[in-house]
Ligand binder design. Structure first.
Ligand code: TEU
Length: 582
């Protein structure tokens, strides 16, 4: 018997908006908040329940807004605080909630706190960041030539940690002769959560946004905020970046997040989703479990690493549908009894899902619909990344000159310099992996810039906007867009889709992903069977014995399918079926 522990954020479908690339209202080629307001009816028609808005705060734009210089101001290219309030109201009027991106592992180096901190070793905000003296190269295995230090400064950093964006995680600041930590770009210094007044300033900022009527936060790299005593060198050569064995899920992270929850979120109906790479099930339960830190759910990334070798993101290996099934099933089963999964296959940091996991050449529409069926019938909260509902694809980049993403530019340069990446492989890998695949403008129609802007877009529009765009999709009843609507409607109509137990069947099948969702409450037993053919070939489906012959009808399918029972059948390429079991 399933006791239903209801929550709005479990029942919701969340739509992620990357504001730079969603809709430009003033012709400067950059998306903005008034542009989003123009599209709130589009979101309401799609049927989503919540918007996750990527950062719109004041920022110099080193990392497209993840480098915040003022947490309480809107970046002027995106509009004003009045525009933001109008967007909030427009969404709420349509029953759509709004969660904001919370970036509190680091700030921009232009934030007033860092400007003050770097001015003097005894400045008021010095301890808001991580400052340390360098080390004598002789005392380490580090090579001074690997670091940019002024002539006469014969030092290496305080430890050997590396940045996610390539290169060292420390930069020498000659104003005070010390090094500061940045796990991302050198213009994004890490905040030191050990400083109580910093935590208080951050909690007050979060309360300020909740008082402005938001419904929760997506918490950027939130499991990096605690760094270990002494900042020791990394010890795990297989770590995703050197040192991440030390700073991921650090010693005080749960203390900090519990304090944050008790101080800011307790007693509110807000939702929090923590972005957490490198997470185990047990560690996840410490964040989202019954005795955890009070977070609603987490973004985990095991399934985003399957096509990488041990060399990390800037590598590529072929992964299989079975690996994806096993990895996502691990999390379905791992959080079945406590905690809650987020469900996504792309976002602003990842390639487009139909290009990565589907068959964009032969079966783009069918495979996009199959991936949508998976994300909207697993147990957890589905996240739709802007354009996914159209089956938008990766962009055909020809040259590194077209790339704007700091992560791609710096990592590819570091890989080339270290010889890890041959010149001949660079563009294939960049085309496959770059975050810019997700940041090309939303394709509204087949006009010159896909209806995104009347100006020159900051990123090139995908030429396939000719046949992949919202206007055509909405006019085509068989489009991917209408299929998403069907899935979203199914979720709102049937509790079993949200709360039903997940039970994987045909576990060893290489290309079929078959599972039931079952919800037994005091007054009903509801069961669905989901059958997905992750292949560009026909695949025989032999139902599990206990389901063979069971009366059923097909609620949703990406082909015309009419059956009245669960029977052996041949599934067509990328065929997806959701059976209602009677
Ligand atoms: O991403 C965190 C994270 O894991 C990324 O650094 C990822 O490793 C990188 O994007 C390459 O895959 C969050 C935000 O989603 C990302 O957009 C920011 O660049 C990053 O944090 C720093 O704030």
């Amino acid at each position: 018997m399933t006791d239903i522990d209801r929550a709005w954020w479990k029942e919701a479908v969340v739509y992620q908006i990357y504001p730079r690339s969603f809709k430009d209202s003033d012709g400067d080629g950059m998306g903005d908040i008034p542009g989003i307001i123009e599209k709130v009816d589009y979101l309401a028609d799609l049927g989503v329940d919540c918007v996750w808005l990527n950062p719109v705060y004041e920022s110099p734009g080193v990392d497209n807004g993840y480098d915040i210089s003022d947490y309480r101001a809107i970046m002027h290219e995106f509009g004003t605080m009045a525009d933001w309030e109008a967007l909030r109201d427009a969404l709420h009027e349509r029953g759509i909630r709004l969660i904001m991106d919370l970036v509190v592992n680091h700030t921009s180096d232009e934030h007033a706190w860092f400007v003050d901190a770097r001015s003097a070793t005894d400045s008021e905000h010095r301890d808001y960041y991580w400052w340390r003296e360098g080390r004598d190269p002789e005392q380490t295995t580090l090579d001074p030539d690997d670091y940019d230090t002024p002539i006469g400064v014969d030092e290496v950093p305080p430890n050997d940690w590396e940045s996610f964006f390539g290169g060292p995680a420390w930069t020498y600041d000659d104003r005070t002769g010390e090094w500061y930590l940045h796990l991302f770009d050198e213009r994004m210094p890490d905040l030191n959560w050990e400083t109580p007044s910093l935590r208080e300033d951050l909690f007050e900022m979060m309360e300020w946004w909740l008082d402005h009527g938001i419904d929760g936060f997506r918490m950027d790299v939130i499991n990096l905020i605690s760094k270990p005593e002494g900042l020791p060198d990394g010890e795990d050569p297989t770590a995703i970046v050197n040192g991440s064995d030390k700073f991921v899920n650090g010693p005080r992270v749960h203390e900090y997040l519990s304090e944050l929850h008790d101080r800011v979120l307790a007693g509110t109906d807000s939702m929090t989703v923590g972005e957490m790479a490198e997470l185990s099930i047990d560690e996840a339960k410490r964040y989202v479990g019954d005795d955890g830190d009070g977070m609603s759910m987490v973004f985990t990334f095991d399934h985003m690493r399957l096509d990488m070798t041990d060399a990390g993101r800037w590598s590529h290996r072929e992964s299989s549908p079975r690996e994806l099934k096993e990895t996502m099933t691990h999390w379905q089963e791992g959080l079945a009894d406590e905690g809650w999964n987020s469900l996504f296959l792309n976002n602003h940091d990842e390639p487009r899902q139909v290009s990565r996991f589907g068959d964009v050449e032969q079966y783009r529409r069918e495979s996009a619909k199959l991936l949508a069926t998976l994300l909207h019938t697993l147990r957890g909260t589905p996240y739709i990344y802007q354009g996914e509902e159209l089956g938008m694809t990766n962009y055909p980049f020809e040259s590194l000159d077209e790339i704007r993403d700091v992560d791609t530019i710096k990592n590819v340069r570091a890989a080339q310099e270290s010889g890890r990446l041959d010149e001949s492989d660079v563009m294939d890998l960049v085309r496959y992996r770059t975050r810019d695949n997700a940041r090309t403008p939303m394709q509204w129609n087949d006009a010159e810039h896909a209806g995104f802007t009347d100006g020159n877009p900051w990123m090139p529009v995908n030429p396939n906007k000719e046949n992949i765009n919202a206007e055509d999709a909405r006019d085509d009843p068989n489009s991917i867009w209408h299929y998403y609507r069907e899935l979203i409607d199914l979720r709102s109509e049937r509790d079993v889709v949200v709360y039903g137990d997940y039970d994987l069947r045909l576990r060893d099948h290489e290309s079929l992903w078959v599972y039931t969702r079952t919800l037994e409450t005091d007054d009903e037993r509801d069961s669905l069977l989901v059958v997905l053919n992750f292949a560009s070939d026909e695949t025989a489906f032999d139902p599990p014995a206990d389901l063979a012959g069971r009366d059923a009808d097909v609620l949703v399918s990406n082909y015309d399918t009419a059956v009245d029972a669960v029977e052996a059948d041949t599934l067509r390429p990328w065929e997806a079926r959701v059976y209602d079991l009677h």
